[in-house]
Design a protein around this ligand. Structure first.
Ligand code: ATP
Length: 356
C-alpha cells in the first residue's frame, strides 16, 4: 500500500490475458483513463504484458520471467482473465498463471465483494439495492490448492490432494479479515468443515485465538454446507466471511449469482507487499470476440486497485468509478446478455464513462 501523500505516478502492470480478458481489460483502461482526466493529481502509467494461454502457445511459458519482474516492480497488477480449456499442460491440467501469481507473491487474501445494485439482478426474492452486501475473504495460497502442481501418475489406482493449513498464514488471514470487518458492519463468519476435517479443526482453533484480539467484532462459525444454504436463504445475515481456498472459490461463485453473476464479481488478491486485481470470472470461451462480455467486474476490480493504492487522488478516483457504476446500474435496461439485457461491452463501458 502507498502513502496517502503519494504524488508520483502509479505504475500498473496490465495483464489482459486470454479469452474475454482483453475485452474487459480494454473497458477498464478506458474507465481508468477517463477518471484520470477527471481527478487532479491521479497519474497512472500502464505497462502491458502478454501472459496466459496465448503466451504459452507463443513462447512455451504462460508467465515469463520478465512478466513476473514487471509485476514485482509495479505498484499494482491489473489482470483480465487467463487460461483456455483447449490449451493444457502435457498432463492435462489447464494453465493457471493467475493462481501462480498468488503463490509467487504470497497474495493470501482473496477479497471478493458481493453487492446488489438493483433488485432486478437478484434471482431470489426482491432484495433492495445494497441489502446484499458482503465480502468473502478467501485464503489463496494454501488449503486444498496446496498440492495442485503435484504430478499425476496416470497408471496409479488413486490420487490425493492435500489440504494445508499453516498457523502463520491462518493468523495473517484472520487478522486481515477482522480488520476488514472493522471497516464494515463488524461481523465476521468463519466458514470451515470442522465437524469432519482435522485441518479445519486446527483452522477454527486459530480463528478463535485471533478472535480474542477483536472483541469489537461479533463472530459466527458455520460449516461450509450450512453456509451455502444460508447464503441463498438469508444472504443479508453476512458481512465478512473468511474461509479456506477451495471453499472460497466455490462460495464466491454462489454469492456472485445472488447479485447478477460472474460479470458482477470483482476481486483483489492481496499480500503484504503487492496485489493483483482481477474479476472473479475466467476467460469465458463461449463469449470470446462477441463483444458482449460484462465489463463491470473488471471495472470494479480497477476501483478496488485504486482504493488499495490509497492516495488521496486514487481514493477519490475509486469513489468516482463506484458512483458511476451505481448510477448505470440504477437502470435495469442497461445490462449485457448475461444479466438479461442486450447491451454490448462497449455500450456498458460508454455508459460508465458518461456517468463519470
Ligand atoms: P475459471 O475456472 O477460470 O474461473 P470458469 O470455467 O469457472 O473459469 P468462467 O470463465 O468464469 O468459467 O465463466 C463461466 C461462464 O460465465 C462463462 O462461460 C460465461 O458464460 C459466463 N461469464 C463469465 N464471465 C462473464 C462476463 N464477464 N460477462 C458475461 N458472462 C460471463
Amino acid at each position: 500500500m502507498q502513502s496517502s501523500a503519494q504524488t508520483a505516478p502509479f505504475r500498473i502492470a496490465v495483464l489482459p490475458g486470454d479469452g474475454i480478458g482483453p475485452e474487459v481489460m480494454r473497458a477498464a483502461i478506458h474507465v481508468l483513463e477517463k477518471v484520470q482526466s477527471c481527478v487532479p493529481g491521479l497519474k497512472l502509467i500502464f505497462d502491458e504484458h502478454a501472459a496466459g494461454a496465448g503466451e504459452f502457445q507463443r513462447s512455451g511459458d504462460p508467465l515469463p520471467e520478465h512478466v513476473r519482474l514487471a509485476c514485482h516492480r509495479a505498484d499494482a497488477v491489473l489482470l483480465g482473465a487467463m487460461g483456455l480449456p483447449c490449451v493444457r499442460w502435457p498432463d492435462g491440467r489447464e494453465l493457471t498463471p493467475q493462481i501462480d501469481l498468488r503463490e509467487i507473491f504470497q497474495l493470501y487474501q482473496g477479497i471478493r465483494p458481493v453487492f446488489l445494485y438493483h433488485q432486478a439482478d437478484c434471482p431470489l426474492k426482491h432484495y433492495k439495492p445494497g441489502e446484499i452486501d458482503l465480502v468473502i475473504v478467501r485464503e489463496s495460497t494454501e488449503g486444498l490448492f496446496s498440492t495442485r502442481l503435484r504430478a499425476i501418475d496416470p497408471a496409479a489406482d488413486a490420487a490425493t490432494d492435500q489440504l494445508l493449513v499453516t498457523r502463520e498464514r491462518s493468523q495473517q488471514l484472520f487478522h486481515a479479515a477482522f480488520q476488514l470487518a472493522r471497516t464494515r458492519r463488524r461481523h465476521l463468519t468463519l466458514v470451515d468443515k470442522a465437524n469432519v476435517l482435522p485441518s479445519m479443526v486446527f483452522f477454527r482453533r486459530i480463528f478463535d485465538e485471533v478472535a480474542e484480539h477483536y472483541s469489537d467484532v461479533t463472530t459466527n462459525r458455520l460449516y461450509v454446507d450450512a453456509a451455502s444454504l444460508l447464503l441463498v436463504r438469508q444472504p443479508t445475515d453476512f458481512d465478512v466471511i473468511v474461509t479456506e481456498n477451495m471453499f472460497g472459490d466455490i462460495l464466491s461463485d454462489l454469492a456472485a449469482a445472488l447479485v447478477g453473476g460472474m460479470g458482477m464479481a470483482p476481486s483483489a488478491d492481496i499480500g503484504d507487499d503487492t496485489a493483483v486485481f482481477q474479476p472473479c470470472h475466467g476467460t469465458a470461451p463461449d463469449l470470446i470476440g462477441r463483444g458482449i462480455a460484462n465489463p463491470i467486474a473488471m471495472v470494479l476490480s480497477a476501483a478496488m486497485m485504486l482504493e488499495w493504492l490509497d492516495s488521496d487522488a486514487s481514493r477519490a478516483a475509486a469513489l468516482r468509478i463506484r458512483r458511476a457504476v451505481t448510477s448505470v446500474m440504477r437502470d435495469p435496461s442497461i445490462r449485457t446478455p448475461d444479466m438479461g439485457g442486450s447491451r454490448t461491452t462497449v455500450q456498458i463501458t460508454a455508459a460508465i464513462v458518461d456517468a463519470m
